[in-house]
Design a protein around this ligand. Sequence first.
Ligand SMILES: *[C@@H]1O[C@H](CO)[C@@H](O)[C@H](O)[C@H]1NC(C)=O
Ligand SMILES: *[C@@H]1O[C@H](CO)[C@@H](O)[C@H](O)[C@H]1NC(C)=O
Ligand SMILES: *[C@@H]1O[C@H](CO)[C@@H](O)[C@H](O)[C@H]1NC(C)=O
Ligand SMILES: *[C@@H]1O[C@H](CO)[C@@H](O)[C@H](O)[C@H]1NC(C)=O
Length: 274
Amino acid sequence: MATRLTFFSSIFLVLLTSSNLVSSCVSPAISNHTFRLDCLCGPTHPPYAIPIYVEDVDLLQFAENLEYLEADFFLYGALGYGLDVVAPNLVIEGPPPIGGMKANLDNLMEGIITEFAYQEVGHLRALLLTVGAIPRPQLDLTSCNFPNIFDEAFGFQLDPPFDPYANSLNYMLASYVIPYMGLLLAGLLGVESGQDAVIRMYVYKRANITVYPYNHAVAEFTNRTSELRNRLAMCGIKDEGIIVPPELGAENRTSSNVLSANAYSISYSRTHPC
Ligand SMILES: *[C@@H]1O[C@H](CO)[C@@H](O)[C@H](O)[C@H]1NC(C)=O
Ligand SMILES: *[C@@H]1O[C@H](CO)[C@@H](O)[C@H](O)[C@H]1NC(C)=O
Ligand SMILES: *[C@@H]1O[C@H](CO)[C@@H](O)[C@H](O)[C@H]1NC(C)=O
Ligand SMILES: *[C@@H]1O[C@H](CO)[C@@H](O)[C@H](O)[C@H]1NC(C)=O
């Protein structure tokens, strides 16, 4: 399972300071069967609000690591503090992230990222109740960790190093980097892909803007980041930038690519290598 997961987790791994991801992924933590989602009006069968298959548990625990990353990244970005303040019982004694900080967001984005952050907290609650608790991995949210990703995406060093917390646009480009996964959990998928769409819409509206102080437009940042993801996944196109040649657009007719999808406008799966 661990090797299968690494196909699409390479970017995520960059944000981890240690390799404890792999051991947490295979940890046999199983759900606390006495502690069910409080679901008074929902169906009574299956007993959990989110039905899962046993073979998905590893994958979902990997997802949990990703949710930790998203929760702390968004919480810090919007509020300046993370899960240790907002929901300390959810971190299962995992170490606090290194270097998280409040981003210099405008009011609109601060509101949206706050909402994303609390959505991730909710997802963590749901995952902890359904697939069991794993400790939060050591996350490195220092601003100097993101430049590595963008440098790798561009194939050379951006000068000065990319600062994800400098302004709303940089923060959204950094958010674009976080791999949104096509989770098997439909309930999570809806909100996660909604977040993805908001992020893509934000950067799409600014497609032609040059990212200060670099000589590269927003569209190129997304193209390079998506190319990097495809390279790391090693199985063709899994992700596309916001502007693409028409042969990658909807029905071979659009260059705009607000939503990333295949030739039939079906979402790319990111849960399996191919
Ligand atoms: C399961 O969850 C309940 C409610 O939080 C708690 O009281 C109980 O101790 C847990 N059981 C185990 C085995 O962790
Ligand atoms: C970007 O520039 C191209 C070429 O000038 C133009 O066709 C396109 O509409 C612009 N896109 C956005 C989102 O502004
Ligand atoms: C990046 O842009 C190039 C040139 O338009 C295009 O061929 C390629 O498919 C794009 N890649 C992604 C992942 O969007
Ligand atoms: C789009 O172009 C590809 C070749 O680039 C072709 O195989 C496919 O049938 C085209 N789709 C449509 C809807 O025209």
